[in-house]
Design a protein around this ligand. Structure first.
Ligand SMILES: C[S@@+](CC[C@H](N)C(=O)[O-])C[C@H]1O[C@@H](n2cnc3c(N)ncnc32)[C@H](O)[C@@H]1O
Ligand code: SF4
Length: 443
């Protein structure tokens, strides 16, 4: 009986030590750990005495705990690397000084700025092959938004302010991969800005354009995914095929390994009344595909957008809880991001206390100062050269076919909008945007 118990303890030790060693190997740690692990196993195999068996168990527990700690440490480092990738403090003196100036203007509520945008949305195309239920692109007419690829003039004007740019998002209201020159356009900014990203619906991915995409110098490539199965995915992303989408994501991930591309790949997930229940499933899907992150955005009703998609309160609570649980679970494999933390303009604005693009106080209250950081840092350049203040607001700020970025940045439309925000007269669209973000913000 005693020898049986001893054997059982010995086996326990072997299992403990081996599990620890495997965990360490899994987390990619050094030869040193392997040697320690196998020596400990040998020790248990040869053990004939009680103290040795206990020692082996203790060693097993220690190795397991060490491996667990190491795994968590690596996960935290990955999360930190991802957040640094989007924080963009400015890699050159000109960029840093511009960021400081815009932060000062924001704090003071200045209307006319002595800085230039540090963040551009460059819409390489306004053509799209889907009609997603939640998207503004689906409802807007061709007269309001002509379906064209980015003009040479608009690109040249965007490039003219590259010295102050820390970030460019190469996606706006269309599907970037429908523009055959997409990677070429991104290439024009390569090495000039600190952070570049794009977002695709994943339908038009081929081996050839995926390879170009992965070689373009983008820090982040997002695939829009709002469901973990064909039925829910295709209900929202009208015209897409779920299986084809998954195949295209797999192809891109495999190519990333093959080409040793440094781009982070993840999902963009829009939480809406229709989709929030899918969040755990979408996260599991992302993990199974070997993705780096899932970025969560709240649905924002734009123009004639669908009312029914606005997040219900119970959904907001559930999403918050899921995010917090996932982030503290050591077995989580992906980095879960929230929209506000993703936005470089917010990161820059964090230099000033109590500021973000979200509100101070409650909407509508008289002492409310709702000043959006986007008006001080970003510019949305549409494919036809028209300029908007962000990806939400419908007011046109200017036209790059007639004026430069600098002229538009301090033009009448921009000044009016900044004045509104400085005095708290924020229009309904901004309120909706703030509300949308607040649903999932952790601030
Ligand atoms: C407008 S799309 C353009 C890029 C590309 N066509 C795509 O679908 O990924 C960029 C992202 O915005 C999201 N989106 C669309 N409409 C939205 C809305 N009303 N509120 C929040 N996000 C939205 C999309 O799901 C997508 O992840
Ligand atoms: S979300 Fe993207 S794919 Fe869907 S309609 Fe909008 S732009 Fe097109």
């Amino acid at each position: 009986m005693a020898s049986l118990t001893k054997k059982a303890l010995g086996s326990g030790g072997i299992i403990g030590v081996t599990t620890g060693a495997v965990l360490l190997l899994e987390t990619g740690q050094a030869m040193h750990s392997r040697v320690t692990g196998s020596h400990a196993v040998l020790l248990v195999l040869r053990s004939a005495t009680w103290p040795q068996a206990f020692l082996a168990i203790a060693a097993g527990v220690l190795v397991c705990a060490g491996a667990w700690k190491l795994r968590r440490h690596l996960q935290r480092r990955k999360a930190l690397a991802m957040s640094r990738a989007v924080s963009c403090p400015g890699s050159t003196v000109a960029k840093r000084e511009n960021n400081e100036r815009l932060a000062r203007s924001y704090a003071a509520g200045t209307v006319e700025l002595d800085s230039l945008p540090n963040f551009l949305i460059v819409d390489t195309t306004s053509k799209c092959n889907l009609k997603c239920l939640m998207c503004w692109q689906t409802t807007v007419s061709e007269e309001e938004s002509p379906r064209v690829h980015l003009s040479h003039k608009a690109l040249a004007e965007a490039l003219a302010v590259k010295d102050t740019l820390t970030r460019v998002n190469f996606h706006g209201s269309g599907e970037p991969l429908l523009n055959a020159r997409f990677a070429e356009i991104v290439g024009e900014f390569r090495g000039q800005v600190d952070y570049m990203e794009t977002c695709t619906n994943g339908t038009a991915v081929t081996r050839k354009n995926a390879a170009k995409l992965l070689d373009a110098g983008l820090n982040v490539i997002r695939f829009s995914c709002d469901g973990d199965n064909a039925e829910s995915f295709e209900r929202l992303r009208c015209g897409a095929n779920f299986d084809k989408f998954i195949d295209n994501v797999k192809l891109t991930v495999a190519l990333k390994q093959e080409l040793a591309s440094p781009s982070h790949i993840g999902f963009n997930f829009v939480v809406s009344r229709e989709s929030w229940r899918e969040l755990p499933g979408v996260v599991r899907l992302a993990e199974s595909l070997g993705l780096d992150f899932i970025a969560i955005f709240a649905y924002i009703k734009m123009g004639d957008g669908v009312d029914d998609l606005v997040m219900p309160k119970e959904g907001v609570e559930a999403v918050r809880k899921f995010i917090s649980d996932y982030r503290t679970d050591p077995s989580s494999k992906c980095y879960l991001m929230l929209a506000p933390s993703l936005d470089a303009s917010h990161e820059v604005m964090e230099q000033i206390p109590e500021t973000s693009t979200t509100t101070k106080g409650e909407p509508g209250s008289s002492d409310n100062r709702m000043r959006c950081g986007a008006l001080y840092s970003m510019m949305n350049i549409k494919a036809d050269g028209s300029v908007y203040p962000c990806c939400i607001h419908p007011s046109k700020m200017g036209d790059l076919n007639r004026n430069t970025v600098e002229e538009i940045w301090n033009g009448e439309a921009y000044r009016d909008l900044r004045r509104q925000h400085a005095t708290g007269e924020v229009d309904e669209m901004c309120l909706r945007c703030f509300d949308g973000l607040r649903y999932v913000t952790t601030r």
